[in-house]
Design a protein around this ligand. Structure first.
Ligand code: SF4
Length: 73
């Protein structure tokens, strides 16, 4: 993985999409908001991009090596 991933919990609507599709990379915290697991580092950029694209809250933020946010739409 070359992209870094984080969750903007202000945008997460607890849909569970990322947790269901990529359980090694995302999980719910005690408030049922998504958080990033260490397993996210093992996902390909394509899978991270897909997870971000599929997030209904656009809460999955990807950042490239230059520190720029990646547009996944
Ligand atoms: S897919 Fe998006 S809105 Fe749904 S749980 Fe994951 S981060 Fe939250």
């Amino acid at each position: 993985m070359t992209l870094q991933v984080r969750i903007d919990q202000e945008l997460c609507i607890s849909s569970g999409k990322c947790v269901a599709d990529e359980p090694a990379a995302f999980a719910f915290d005690d408030d049922e908001l998504s958080l990033v697991l260490p397993g996210a580092a093992l996902l390909s950029d394509d899978r991270l991009r897909r997870a971000a694209r599929m997030c209904p809250g656009q809460a999955i933020i990807l950042v490239d090596e230059a520190g720029q946010q990646v547009d996944v739409q």
